[in-house]
Design a protein around this ligand. Structure first.
Ligand code: 5GP
Ligand code: MN
Length: 315
């Protein structure tokens, strides 16, 4: 299934690997694993990641990441976990300087781009696809790569609990454990550890929570000022939505946060009955049926009212 992609890789020397801005565990795990894999093939390869949450700093490869592409022209761009090229953590100009582009993604709705595309929304994560791609290229998965791919799959499946976790996913995970993935440490660092200020952000989020439609919708907004006062950076200010969704009876949970650039980032989770990717797309974003998001174009009050209306129509 990756035949043409393999040919492209074989014919490339300079390779850049990139995922979406504000990378999550899946974006980081998949890109850094491919970075290590292509290094083994002797490629001149780099991961491009302008910024990321420092909770991921323990993952191998992240420290090697560079913030932009300096080459005037390069052979290959491998883009992961990004359904739309405008979400990639590089500029359009950097994108256009690639001679070839390989797109590997697991989102349901996408605007495909690139010379080779593998898009499969039945796969749990970009990291599961990256695993298959690495295997297809005949690269041996070492401990670091296994840890990265494990971290990517673990985070995108909610620790193997969401319904994107298939028996195939678990077979991949089993192999990653055999390859030496540091699963216990990944869980400890990503699931069981947080900074004290993050706990205070959770408190703020709960404090600001508003409830609509008899508890079917829960909404919370935390301003950039409040986040900044807690000393929390943009990349560390996410992850609040799941707490709102956990309240029984919640069909749609929404967490809106102010960012340092003045924009408002909307993060949504669904209890399963509402396909919130439709709402996100309506407002210019995207995602999955149960996890989606967008950047709010209106000011907070107007944007909030529009969103409440859109959710109401879906309930
Ligand atoms: P999160 O709430 O974790 O930031 O995002 C959940 C999912 O929604 C992501 O995995 C991603 O697929 C999607 N998503 C979030 N924000 C955006 C956005 O601005 N544009 C698009 N296309 N998708 C987004
Ligand atoms: Mn993903």
């Amino acid at each position: 299934m990756f035949k043409e992609a393999k040919e492209i890789v074989n014919n490339s020397k300079s390779v850049y690997v990139v995922a979406h801005i504000n990378p999550d565990g899946d974006a980081i795990g998949s890109t850094c694993a491919i970075y290590y894999g292509l290094k083994k093939l002797g490629k001149d390869v780099h991961v491009v990641m302008p910024s990321y949450s420092n909770v991921f700093e323990f993952l191998p490869g992240t420290k090697d990441a560079i913030s932009s592409i300096n080459d005037d022209e390069y052979d290959l761009l491998i883009a992961l976990d990004s359904s739309d090229y405008t979400r990639l953590a590089i500029s359009e100009d950097e994108f256009n300087r690639a001679k070839k582009v390989i797109m590997l993604d697991h989102h349901q709705i996408s605007r495909p781009y690139g010379d080779f595309r593998y898009i499969n929304d039945k796969k749990s994560s970009a990291s599961e696809i990256a695993y298959l791609f690495i295997k297809y290229l005949g690269i041996e998965i070492d401990k670091d790569m296994a840890t990265l791919l494990y971290a990517g799959i673990m985070t995108d499946t909610g620790s193997f609990n969401y319904n994107n976790t298939t028996s195939d996913t678990l077979r991949v995970v089993a192999d990653l454990i055999d390859c030496g993935a540091e699963s216990v440490n990944v869980c400890k660092r990503l699931n069981d550890t947080m900074k004290e200020n993050k706990l205070k952000l959770i408190a703020k989020t709960v404090d600001n929570m508003e409830v609509f439609y008899n508890g079917k919708m829960r909404y919370s907004y935390v301003s950039f000022e409040d986040i900044n006062n807690l000393g929390i950076h943009d990349e560390d200010s996410e992850g609040m939505t799941n707490y709102l969704r956990a309240v029984e009876g919640t069909e749609v949970a929404v967490y809106v946060r102010g960012k340092s650039d003045g924009s408002l980032k909307v993060s949504m989770r669904s209890g399963g009955n509402v396909d919130i990717s439709k709402i996100a797309i309506e407002f210019g974003g995207g995602g999955h049926p149960r996890a989606a998001g967008y950047t709010m174009q209106d000011d907070i009050e107007i944007g909030k009212q529009k969103l409440i209306g859109a959710v109401g129509e879906m309930l």
